[in-house]
Structures are given as C-alpha cells and as structure tokens.
Design a protein around this ligand. Sequence first.
Ligand SMILES: *[C@@H]1O[C@H](CO)[C@@H](O)[C@H](O)[C@H]1NC(C)=O
Ligand SMILES: *[C@@H]1O[C@H](CO)[C@@H](O)[C@H](O)[C@H]1NC(C)=O
Ligand SMILES: *[C@@H]1O[C@H](CO)[C@@H](O)[C@H](O)[C@H]1NC(C)=O
Ligand SMILES: *[C@@H]1O[C@H](CO)[C@@H](O)[C@H](O)[C@H]1NC(C)=O
Length: 465
Amino acid sequence: MAWRSKFFISVFLLASTIQAITVPTSPPSNAGNIDKSLVAVSLEFFAFPQYTTLVSTSTCLNNVANLRGSPVAVRIGGTTQDRATYDPNLSSAVEYSVDDPADAPASLNFGPSFFSLAANMSGEVTVGLNRQLNNQGNTRDAAVQAKNTMPNLFAIELGNEPDCDWNQNADEASEQSWFNALSTSVGNIFQGAVYLGWDTSPLVSALGSAIVHVKSISRHSYPQSACGGASTDLRSLMSHSSIVSYTSQFKSGATTTHNAGLRYFLGETNSATCGGGGISPTFGAALWIVDYVLQGALNGVDRLYFHQGTIGNCQYCWWGRFTTGAPFYGVAFVSEFLGTDGTKVAMLDNGTGAVASYVVYNSANTPVRLLVYNSNYYDGTGTRSSTSVTFTGGGIPSSGAKTAKRLTAPNATSRVDMGARVTIGSGGTFDGNCNAIGTQVRENVAVNGGLTVSVSASEALIVYL
Ligand SMILES: *[C@@H]1O[C@H](CO)[C@@H](O)[C@H](O)[C@H]1NC(C)=O
Ligand SMILES: *[C@@H]1O[C@H](CO)[C@@H](O)[C@H](O)[C@H]1NC(C)=O
Ligand SMILES: *[C@@H]1O[C@H](CO)[C@@H](O)[C@H](O)[C@H]1NC(C)=O
Ligand SMILES: *[C@@H]1O[C@H](CO)[C@@H](O)[C@H](O)[C@H]1NC(C)=O
C-alpha cells in the first residue's frame, strides 16, 4: 500500500500549510482580560419593547449567559434614542407611527413601563436617553424614572453619535454640562462619548472634574458600511489580518479610559452600518464575530455590544422575524471558548497571516482552551484548503488525546436563513426560537509530540486542554 500513502501525503502537502505554535504556560504580558459579558447586546431604542415580546430574545441571551456563567449586558439605544421624548403619563412602553413596518420612527414617545421592561432583563442594562432635542428637563425625568425602576441599571447615555452632526469641542462642553446637571438627580452613572468616529480620549481629558460622574466610555464600531447601497466585502470582513489591523485603533482609547478608572466599551457595533449588508447574515460574519470579539479583548475593549436594529429589517441581527441567523453560531462558539472560567486571552500567531490561534487561561493562570480560526476565504468555488497547526508547551503532554469542537458550514457565504446548515460540533444547530438542538460532538485529537489539528478555510476549532 506504499503507493497509497505516498498519494495521500502529496495531496496533504498540496492542500495544507503547517504552522507550529508554542503555548505560554501562563498568560503573557499582552494577554487581554475577559469581561464576564465581553459579548453583549445593543437593542435599538424604539424596538426594545418589541424585542421583549420575541421568544428568541430571552433564549438567545440565555444561551450566551449559560455558556459564560453570567447574564448578558444589554444597552438600549441607537439613533432613535435621540428622537424619543419621555411621557410620564403614557401607559404603553412606546408610542410611534411609521408608514412601513420596516422603517424606524422619526419621532416617538416612551412611558414608565419602558423601564419596567428594562428592569426585567437579567443582565446589567445601559439606557440611552436624548440629548439632541436639548430638552434637559425631559431627559432628567426619564433618567430619574430609570434609576428608580431598574435595579439592574448600569449606566445612562446622553445622546447617540453626536459626531454625525456636531463638532467635537461643542460636544465635550455639552457632555460635561449635562453630566454635572443630571448627576444631581441620578448620581455618577453616565456612559460618555457614544461616538461613531471620533477618538474618545480628548473627551476623557476635556471632562475635567466631571469625569467623576462617568462610569464608562463608549465608541461605536462598524468595520464596513452598507449605507445608501454601499458595497461590502465578506473576504475582508472575515480576514484575520484585517481584523487585527482594524481593532488596533481601539487600544489607545481603551488605555486612556482605563487610566481614568473607567470601563471602555464598543457600546454599539456590528458588521456594516445601516442595518447591515448582504455579507451580514452569512457564516463568514459568524467567523468575523469570533475573531473580532477576541481582538477587541486584546486591545482593551471590555465589552462589545452587538447592535440589533429594526425587527424584520436588519441584515446583521442575530434573531428577529426569521430563524436564528448564522452570526449567532459565531456568538455561541466564541462564548464557549471564553467559557465560564476564562479570565485572560492571548493571541499566539503574529497577526499578519490568515490563520489565527488563541489560548484562554482560567483564574489559576492555566491554559484551558485553544482556538484556531482559518480565515482563508472559501466561497464554495474551487478546492477548500486546510491548515494544520501543531501546538506544544502550555502543559500539553507529549502523548495522549484531547478533544475539539468545530464550527463549520458549506462555505463562507452560507446563510442559515436561506436554508444552509451551519453546525457546531458536527450536529449542533439552533432552531427558530434560538433553542440549541441536535447533538454537539467533540472530535478526538491525538497528541504525539505535539497537538496537531487541521482546520479548513473558513472554519474555526476549539481544543479543550
Ligand atoms: C400627566 O398627567 C398629569 C395629571 O393628569 C398632568 O398634570 C401632567 O401635565 C401630565 N404630564 C404630561 C407630560 O403630559
Ligand atoms: C420578565 O421575564 C420573565 C422571564 O424572563 C418573563 O416570564 C416575564 O413575562 C417578564 N415580565 C415582563 C413584565 O416582561
Ligand atoms: C507571521 O506568520 C505567518 C504564518 O505563520 C508567516 O508566514 C509570516 O512569515 C510571519 N511574519 C512575521 C513577520 O513573522
Ligand atoms: C455556498 O454554500 C451555499 C449553501 O450554504 C450554497 O447554496 C452555495 O451554492 C455555495 N456556493 C458555491 C459557489 O458553491
């Protein structure tokens, strides 16, 4: 059978590249901290009450909470927070009219029961209130109601993305004066900045003594734009080196914020602006989430709040008026990698190649799981290449066996909402209400001098150490 093994070896060399990685026995100095709600969710302000009526909202959030051993933090806000007026006499949570159910309202009212719904979320909640309409009394009434109703209130934002229609100096002065004014009623509970494009560091220094009123700083982040029919590109969205390069912009803002004693969040993020483009519901976007979340943590981002917009008109949403989308599979997978015990994450590759390797450490500084992400783009045409990665060090024994779990799909463009089968552990999927169904199976990985796994283009794998 000699001819046969020779044949296999040459095929293997053609379709594969090989990498060798040494796992540090304890977290290296550039490891990132893992917040208990690193993967968080942002719900568009006007749509929030409707989200609470969807079964998937609680099942999806509970799935992540169970994988992480901690409830998911939620931010309620977005463009429509700056179109909203509080009405203390309104019996419904929210009141607006739109010509088309796919539209977001141009103005809306909300009542006290909005905050009762928010109080019922299991994780910490950040509420985005209005600054744009410059009605400080109304926003104060809403903030007081939120504070009195919500034991889970983490922070209050005042205004959303002021950089879209203001200048930065004017905004800094305005944030400072609003924090000073409203803190007399609700205390030191604000989330500052909420910028789409501006660097947040100048605000942190400009706030001066008003910084005491602030708990967290929020930057919004969308790597691509789908506004006005702009074209999007899946290959670059999911490229590991592109993700490493894109997320490096957050490091200095995170450092400035942490040095001021505050938390640093991507308070609203997703794949492409304006509700997402055709790339947003794909399996490639699920893989993007895995890598983007880990790179966020490595750059000092404490939480990434993935935005869920208008229900039924939202390409990047994880759930809504369609089955549980492919992106949620990435959320579940990275949540399993972070686990209930993960406290630090480190990147083990150099960040310039297509294949990423990560390790998660527990609170005893012991490596507990590895993750390989092969970001080579496979769209279903041609041969699907694969990469073998051999791990040594990190307490990996020289022989024996470990187990692994794979996240895969027919190709990067696969969409669950179009019938494609995305799977975790070969048989695991989610039904339309976000319930985990099927059986997730772990593969056996033989250890022979090193731990070698093979991961195909547009696939990811967790190894349990
Ligand atoms: C709410 O109702 C009270 C009593 O009915 C009234 O005095 C107040 O003006 C109303 N407030 C608003 C904002 O409509
Ligand atoms: C609060 O949440 C629980 C379970 O998460 C749900 O059964 C209940 O209906 C919710 N109450 C409101 C007022 O939404
Ligand atoms: C980074 O890693 C890739 C893949 O292993 C390798 O091809 C490349 O030469 C490395 N680059 C540097 C600068 O070390
Ligand atoms: C990619 O996968 C989907 C199924 O998810 C399939 O419909 C499509 O044809 C595949 N693309 C190619 C080029 O084969």
